[in-house]
Design a protein around this ligand. Sequence first.
Ligand code: ATP
Length: 640
Amino acid sequence: MSGLFAVLRRSPRASAGLGLLLVLLLLALLAPLLSRYSPTSQEFGTWLKPGAPGHLLGTTALGQDIWTQLVYGARLTLLIGFTAGLIATAIATAMGLAAAYFGGRTDEAINVLLNVFLVLPGLPLLIIASAFLRGGGVWSIILVISLTGWAWGARVLRSQALALRNRDFVQAAIASGEGAGRIIFSEMLPNLAGLIAASFFGTALYAVLSEASLAFLGLGDVGQVTWGTMLYWAQAKGSLLQGAWWWIAVPGLCIALLGTAFALINFGIDEVTNPKVVHAGRATRVLRKKSAAPVKAAPEGQALLAIRNLDAGYVTPNGNVRAVRDVSLDVQPGEFLGLAGESGCGKSTLAFAATRLLDAPGVVFGGEARLAGQDLLALSPEELRRVRWKDYSLVFQASMNALNPVLKVREQVYDAMQAHGVRDPAQLEARAKELFALVGIREDYLNAYPHQLSGGMKQRVVIAIALALEPRLIVMDEPTTALDVVVQRQILQEIDAVRRRLGIAVVFITHDLSLLVEMSDRIAIMYAGEVVEEAPAHQLYAEPKHPYTRRLMSAFPPLDGPRERREGIPGRPPSLSVTLPGCPFFERCPSRMPGTCDVQKPARAELEPGRSVACFLHSPATVQSPAAQEVAVYDKRSVV
Ligand SMILES: Nc1ncnc2c1ncn2[C@@H]1O[C@H](COP(=O)(O)OP(=O)(O)OP(=O)(O)O)[C@@H](O)[C@H]1O
């Protein structure tokens, strides 16, 4: 039910569709109140025009009241639509899920059945089936439509369920020994709810149109009053020849309105459950709110990447997740900037949003990300294509999986260069070899296919591709996390050597704070979507200022010295769906100042050039409280 309200709240199309459907349902339910006649009564004058006394929509050639037939006809038409829709969707769901879950012979058998039903032309099949079941009344029509209308939905549900079957959470449920019923109904079915609802409305529409077609051809039960049989009688009695167009127009219009209502609801469901429809055509959706804080002008300095007041997150049915909140950050040319913070604090969202790679349902709500003065968030897709790889490139943890398994590595290394105008085969060859030497792979691996390389080698290939056009900036989000520590270290050392040699700036995201301290020039610490501290790496290591940074540091093993027991950070980060009036770390902070930190947001204050912290303990305006004293006597040896 809450899902239905979410759809209505988020989609004006769904609201319009449901409104329309409600009106038609009310017509059907209130039929005895809306007309005092019987729909089959033939006691009135024939061919009366709309507006004739007592006959709002006129009468038929048989002397029946058209308005009465319309409201009573809505009952059977809707009954057929909903019931056939329900039965066909239930068959489609059962078939689709069974095929996907059990696979093997079951899948093969269901697939054959599906293909047979899909290959048979719909209307002739309907006609033959209804001829067999003739005389069975409305229920035989419902049965015929249900049995001929399930295959399309089953095909769509099967492919979706197949994809779901391979998802980690389903595999984990299977591995943990959950029964088939529980996996299908608790793990898979809820994930298909949107598709099942869409399939229901699609099939209900098919049922209404099929009933109308059968009735129009005289194959339904023409003794019943439905919008379809109204059309049949209007046509049989030559209403158009008699100039009584309204007899055909009125039920025809109602069928069209019902179809529109189902289609609008379906669009709405698609919009809400499939964000790719809403964000179609753009990888990163940028919404600059008029009310957003004015974007501060980038300083005159030479920051290569200047992120200003960036707000980004995800649009979900339960509201917006603000994963990046008013973040401003500079990356200097040739600098190695580390980005650290607990899982879920928004590091990846920041990297993706700033580089225009945030996929739907991700949205940039406001702010700027300027690369050498050019606002990446304002570029057209074509401009972006030109800048990406040439001016900046990206390497992610899963990047190695992006290598095409059926293309040789050489072609994939060439691709990035060719897309940016390098055409000369000799130049391509020389550059590819040079890149492989840079990242430490033998050049004969250029002729290999991805499956012939180890994970570490594939990730090196991806890094080579990212370096191919010597961009000024590479954003790396956990590029080596999936690899073993020895390979990880080798690759990182190579990245460092290459970036020093070529003067490339790197934004590096990892959970490994020790590694970050070792590699970075500067580190920015994120918490709950905000950058809470930023400092040169050695200063951050030696003297972290923000209580969160201290806690984070104390959770990691020291770079040298004896082994010590490390502590986690008690408590959990706040939800990113709510707006916090004060410091996001307040609840977990050992030095918190109630009345200050929970009611006011500490601005990020610059303590010295290149070093800033968002904490009232370090804000010049804050009077030193006993809690602040506690921090002042903090002994860094207890942390690192
Ligand atoms: N597609 C999505 N829909 C809704 N919320 C999302 C989506 N992707 C991420 N989030 C939320 O956004 C927040 C920030 O996620 P993000 O991946 O940027 O964090 P992170 O610091 O990079 O985490 P990690 O280190 O685990 O990769 C998290 O709370 C996450 O739950």
